[in-house]
Each structure stands twice: as structure tokens, then as C-alpha cells.
Design a protein around this ligand. Structure first.
Ligand SMILES: Cc1cc2nc3c(=O)[nH]c(=O)nc-3n(C[C@H](O)[C@H](O)[C@H](O)COP(=O)(O)OP(=O)(O)OC[C@H]3O[C@@H](n4cnc5c(N)ncnc54)[C@H](O)[C@@H]3O)c2cc1C
Length: 459
């Protein structure tokens, strides 16, 4: 006789773990099945290890800046195996925290791939056991897309990059999204000669154009070769290395290729269609605002729904689901004005509408923009500048978007995000006393709009 649960969660990543813990806290009997490691993409092969590598890479800038501030630094050297081992210890610790959190909440945590066998029945492939579920939550995340090109098996993705036995001397990264630019910046600083190949004309499509231009210039300044308007057509072994052919450009000889051309929802092979869960053309589970699928009592949160693929969003969607179904307090995750960061160097913090989006939706848009040399560079030879930009609806005076690129932009945007969420006006920004001397003070000291259509920084 299959054991019965109020909730069976498939996937122990950001969204699934939060939903399971909260539902159990509301008194539900919960099981969660994870086929790999607890914590999912974010903890094991995403945000966390990536940020550790970013932090490691930025010591390169600190060593370069240090002499300007009076420090004499001996010759610095970097050991990838030491960083990889330290990173693995931290991931092991975090994975245990996730698993223990589930157990402490009374969730049955199961190490197995799980699939839907029939409505309300989940099968565990590791043991063949079936579980009865009053509700099923699909939180299976996403995975990297692999293009159909000759030699694709010679390339790696972000899944493998964290565990390379050694860093290559040269790497070609294909992609223009946040994962591609983050790895380009961090690997270049760790001593890899990076070439970024991107089919578009400027990285980070959908971000504010000034941010994109600012980052593009900073990446080139840091020595990253950027080849736009090209895609990788084939990869082949060439001597002891690899040769990459691109549509439109000369071949590139390299030691490693990383493909970061996008991610797709992990929805295949879970038995979803058979029980009436509709998927869209990208394979994303179709859901309502409160995460209901098209099948009764089956819900889905996080990257598998392809709404906004960020950890805090998956967590909120999972939390909202659990409160709604088991806590008697229905709410939905709001996907508007979500602050987000790109951990490139310099890093990006952004929230709200881009200038282009604002001009589509509002008649009178003012733009406030400042570009300056942050104090951290003042006594060094570094020329890198910081960009701070606000997009404002002149009629209501509401700040529609805030876009930052430079040191600590990610930390700053969290707080600017609160202001935007509260509907803050430009006047309220202006009435806020500056914190001096900081880069963030620029957010409240920009007085004159610069805007007129077409007068972007790069124009
Ligand atoms: C390189 C990289 C960097 C990132 N950086 C950031 C960042 O800085 N900030 C940010 O907010 N977001 C970042 N993200 C995105 C973030 O990691 C995801 O949005 C988030 O992890 C989504 O959570 P989830 O619960 O939907 O899925 P996941 O965390 O992917 O969890 C899904 C889990 O389900 C398991 N699973 C799948 N199928 C089954 C099955 N049939 N049975 C059992 N288990 C199954 C998987 O093994 C996985 O553990 C990054 C992603 C990547 C790849």
C-alpha cells in the first residue's frame, strides 16, 4: 500500500525546499524527492559557487589597486585547486544545511529521481516505491541548452566549469547572457585568456542599453576579446587543443569551450503531459499566477515555469504556494520590480524599467545619469568608471527604473528596490540625505535630467 502524503515535492532546489519546509510547518505531511544534491542549481552549480569564484577573481583588482594606497604587495599567485577545494567544502556545508532543514521540519527527504505515474501518484525510480500525494509540486528547475553543432561534446557548460581539474590558458565562451558575462569576467581575472562569442551586437539583451554599453567597454578594457554577431558553428580537436569555427569570423584556437547560450525548463521525462500538465513551446510548465498547472492538484514553481529564473523568485513562489494551499493565507509572488544583479566585474544592479521600456509605456520620460570614477580607483591607475542611472516618469515623478554598474552595485540595488517597490518619486529620492563619501550617494544627488531620445551615453 503506497504511503500517503499531503504534498510530494519533486526537486530539492530553491523553490522545492522552501515549499516543503513551509508546508510541513503548516502541519502538512510532506515528502521531497531530489535526484542529485540538495540545494539544487543555486547551491551546487549556480549562484553560490559562482559568487565564490567572483570574489576570488576580484583579488586580482585589489592587488593591482593596492600600490596606489601605499601597499607593497609581493608577487601574487593563484591556485585553482585550492579555491576549488575550499568551494567544495562550503557547498558540502550548505547542502547539509538544506537537508537538515528539511528533516528538522519533519519532511521525508528522499534521494531519488521522481516521476508522476498517474494523477496523485509519484514513483521513486531509485526504489520503485510509489507515493500517494494529495498535492504534487513540480520544482525541477532548468538546465543548459546545448546547440546542435559538430563537436558539441568537446564543450562544457556552467555545470562543469566549477569542477575543472585545471584552469585552461585560453577559453572561448559562447553567449551574451548573465552567465556568459559573469564567467568571462571572473575567468579572465583568474588568468584565463577569454574570448566571448555572441550572436547579438551587445551583451545582456533586455538590460538597459547604457548598462550594456558600459559593461561591454569595461570587459574589453579588462582584456576580454569580444566577438559579436557570431555563433559557434563547430568545435574540433586541433593539435593538443581545440579549434572553434564561427559563422562570420576567423577560427579561434583555444583550450576549452564553454557554452552558455541559454537554459531550458527541466520538464521532460517527469510524466507531466501524461497527467494533463500542459507545457509551452519551450517546455515550461504553464501555470497561473498562484502556480497552478493545468492538472488538478499539481503545482509548479521556479525555473521549470520559466517566469523569472532567479533563486529568490523560486523561493517566493514556493513559499506562496505553501501558504496558499496549506497555511490558509493565499498570496502570489509579484514579478514586477524585482531587483537583480549580474556579478560581472564591474557588477550590475538593476530594477524596474529600462529606458527603452519606459519610453514605450510613458509619454514623458526623464533620465538622470552620472558616470564617475569611484573612490576605490582614485589612487590607482585604474580608469574604470561607475554608471548610475534613474529613469523617471515626468508626469507622476515616479522612479520607474534604477540601473547601476560598478563596485557594490548589487548591494545598492537591493535598497533601491525597496524604494521602487514603494512607488518612490524622484522628489523623495532628492529629499533623502546622501551618505558621503559613497558611490551610492549619486542615487540621491542627480539634479538635472539628461534625457532626450537618442542621447544615450554611447550615442
Ligand atoms: C551558473 C548559474 C548562476 C546563477 N546565478 C544566480 C544568481 O546569482 N542569482 C540568482 O538569483 N539566480 C542565479 N541563478 C539561477 C538560479 O540558480 C535558479 O533560478 C534557481 O536555482 C531555480 O530554483 P528551482 O528550485 O526552480 O530549481 P533548481 O534549483 O534547479 O532545483 C531543481 C532540482 O530538481 C532536481 N530534479 C530535477 N528533476 C528531478 C526529478 N525528476 N526527480 C527528482 N529531482 C529532480 C534537480 O536535481 C535540482 O536539484 C544562476 C543559475 C546558474 C546556472
Amino acid at each position: 500500500m503506497p504511503e500517503s502524503f499531503d504534498l510530494v515535492v519533486i526537486g530539492g532546489g530553491s523553490g522545492g525546499v522552501r515549499a516543503a519546509r513551509i508546508a510541513a510547518g503548516h502541519g502538512a505531511k510532506v515528502a521531497l524527492a531530489e535526484e542529485d544534491r540538495y540545494g539544487g542549481t543555486c547551491v551546487i552549480r549556480g549562484c553560490v559557487p559562482k559568487k565564490l569564484l567572483v570574489l576570488a577573481s576580484r583579488f586580482a583588482d585589489e592587488f593591482e589597486r593596492a600600490p596606489g594606497f601605499g601597499w607593497r604587495v609581493g608577487e601574487a599567485s593563484f591556485e585553482w585547486p585550492a579555491l576549488r577545494a575550499a568551494k567544495d567544502r562550503e557547498l558540502g556545508r550548505l547542502e547539509a544545511v538544506y537537508r537538515d532543514g528539511l528533516l528538522r521540519a519533519g519532511v521525508r527527504a528522499i534521494d531519488s529521481r521522481a516521476v508522476l505515474e498517474a494523477p496523485g501518484v509519484v514513483r521513486l525510480l531509485a526504489t520503485g516505491e510509489s507515493l500517494r500525494a494529495a498535492h504534487v509540486l513540480v520544482a525541477t528547475g532548468g538546465r543548459p541548452v546545448l546547440p546542435d553543432i559538430p563537436g558539441v561534446e568537446l564543450a562544457i557548460t556552467s555545470n562543469e566549469v566549477f569542477d575543472l581539474p585545471a584552469l585552461p590558458a585560453r577559453m572561448v565562451i559562447e553567449g551574451g547572457g548573465f552567465i556568459a558575462v559573469e564567467f568571462a569576467c571572473l575567468l579572465q581575472r583568474l588568468g584565463v585568456q577569454v574570448t566571448l562569442v555572441y550572436r547579438g551586437d551587445l551583451v545582456l539583451r533586455r538590460f538597459d542599453d547604457d548598462l550594456r554599453r558600459h559593461l561591454d567597454a569595461a570587459m574589453r578594457e579588462a582584456g576580454i576579446a569580444i566577438r559579436t554577431g557570431e555563433t559557434i558553428d563547430a568545435i574540433e580537436r586541433y593539435g593538443g587543443a581545440l579549434r572553434v569555427s564561427t559563422g562570420g569570423g576567423s577560427p579561434i584556437d583555444t583550450d576549452q569551450v564553454m557554452l552558455a547560450v541559454g537554459r531550458v525548463p527541466n520538464s521532460r521525462g517527469v510524466g507531466l503531459e501524461a497527467v494533463g500538465v500542459e507545457l509551452d513551446e519551450r517546455g515550461a510548465v504553464r501555470v497561473t499566477a498562484d502556480s497552478r498547472t493545468t492538472a488538478a492538484d499539481i503545482w509548479a514553481v521556479g525555473d521549470v515555469t520559466d517566469r523569472l529564473a532567479l533563486t529568490p523568485v523560486a523561493i517566493r513562489e514556493g513559499h506562496a504556494f505553501a501558504d496558499t494551499v496549506f497555511g490558509g493565507t493565499p498570496w502570489v509572488c509579484d514579478h514586477e520590480n524585482v531587483p537583480m544583479a549580474v556579478f560581472s566585474t564591474p557588477e550590475i544592479g538593476t530594477v524596474g524599467l529600462t529606458e527603452a521600456q519606459a519610453r514605450e509605456r510613458f509619454t514623458n520620460v526623464d533620465v538622470y545619469r552620472s558616470r564617475f570614477r569611484p573612490m576605490s580607483n582614485a589612487l590607482s591607475a585604474r580608469v574604470e568608471r561607475m554608471l548610475v542611472k534613474l529613469v523617471v516618469d515626468r508626469d507622476s515623478d515616479r522612479v520607474l527604473g534604477a540601473h547601476l554598474c560598478g563596485p557594490d552595485a548589487a548591494e545598492m540595488i537591493q535598497l533601491a528596490g525597496i524604494a521602487l517597490k514603494m512607488g518612490a518619486t524622484k522628489r523623495q529620492f532628492d529629499h533623502t540625505v546622501a551618505v558621503h563619501p559613497t558611490a551610492a550617494e549619486e542615487l540621491v544627488t542627480m539634479r538635472e535630467p539628461v534625457a532626450a531620445v537618442g542621447r544615450g551615453l554611447g550615442a
